[in-house]
Write a protein that binds this ligand. Sequence first.
Ligand code: FES
Length: 580
Amino acid sequence: MTDNKQGKRPLRSTQWFGERDKNGFMYRSWMKNQGIPEHHFQGKPVIGICNTWSELTPCNAHFRDLADRVRRGILEAGGVPVEFPVFSNGESNLRPTAMLTRNLAAMDVEESIRGNPIDGVVLMTGCDKTTPALMMGAASCDLPALVVTGGPMLNGKHRGQDVGSGTLVWNLHEDYKAGRITLDEFMDAEAGMSRSTGTCNTMGTASTMACVAEAMGMSLPGSAAIPAVDSRRYANAYVSGMRIVEMIKEDLKPSDIMTRASFINAIRTIAAVGGSTNTTIHMKALAQRVGVPLSLDDWQTYGQPVPTIVDLLPSGRYLMEEFYYAGGLPPVLRRLGEAELLEKGAMTVTGKTLWDNNRSAECFNDEVIRPLDNPLCASGGICIVRGNLAPRGAVLKPSSASPELMKHRGRAVVFEDFEHYKARIMDPDLDVDRNSVMVLKNCGPKGYPGMAEVGNMGLPPKLLKQGVTDMVRISDARMSGTAFGTVVLHVTPEARELGPLAAVEDGDWIVLDAEGGELRVELSEEELARRLELVRQKLPIARVGGYMQLYLEHVLQADEGCDFDFLVGCRGAKVPAHSH
Ligand code: FES
């Protein structure tokens, strides 16, 4: 019988398929109805292919084919592939927001892995939330796991220009509201933006999380940036299938790879690529699953000194195709390592260290992947601000903000929730000017269950018509990784949890000092407390039932990763025996 860890420990799957008794008969017999031959039950490692394919998740629409390549690799290496579906969080279609069901998907993954006769798992991830959900679920089981990302779409094309997923929509919609283009011209861009399967082709959340998976050592070197339709994406899936079989023999588990060193590498990588603010939430949730301490301060300590060197939208100019042709993530990691901005000894799925994997990487285009001494943004890390408006912190992405607004004092224009924003923003008499600070409440994890990506609220049309392109915006919401602007997000505690944000009123003076790490409202403690008490008395008590009820009762705040309180931690892969 094939054992793992140098032949010392029996394969987990033999608990199901290894016995010549009534239970073994039943486990094998039902599986044989798929035409699986007898020798596949004789000590071969069984590999789960955890698939998020769905036609409703267009970013992952090619995953049946991609999973087939994983399957072929597993077979070549002597394993037995078994593919299973899990909840697929498609960012573009799911209402109210795919973040609402990230934890649902993570639960699905965790229970699917633990309850089934598998020795290891390949995680097929792509669209934004699918990557953290699958990594979280697998981390809580801690069986050997390898991430296969689906890759980005080809460059969008519109009127002779390369255009980026999502980012184009934000730009064109502002142009339309400002009267610079017609509705027909806006709609005309629709098909050209999304020309192939794959994830958003900017450095949005999906691409950032693909880079995170690679930088943390959870996917093969060089895999994050390969376009979804490039033949090399399929070859990558194939060799990933081969590699997971070896990982089982080596008993190389997520807890061996996702150490504090690998989280620090991820934070630095996110700074270097100009990655999405959403990752602050996902990384915290993931760290809690493997018991690694990680706080918002770590983003300041390890991310802030790292310059953004990858010149991609929404921070810069290029798209994921150019990033791949320039060499992808490996030369970025090499440059970080040469500047001693990498924990070089972090383990990876290859069985080698991150530095061993990337120390010889070549860069083929210094315009796209810039040298560290000629960065796109000198201090690229996600900026953390705190103060009486955000006692537990808020985040801001400097590489996509306006430098002149990073230190700003302005009068609040307050929207009580997103419906109030929509009702008010078009009003030509809205008392707002370019120095105002737009404040949006009740869009946090509980306030807009799921924490919608509405923090980059569009500017008032009357200011757009005056040529205003950015304003300070503050909320307890998230923002799409494809979006940009001087947008302070994830204000914690959120308004719905009676954070001070709930007390802000029109006309209050707000101070943002990104470099100084400060966000405050010029109100006394007494006045804040008085107003919050009034808000508390009016809080609605809603009983919504279903999954939403579970979510509302257990979701943690943004600084705690928005995981469910009862899902924090690693529960391992042990499962009680089941007798038929
Ligand atoms: Fe799926 Fe952007 S909508 S990655």
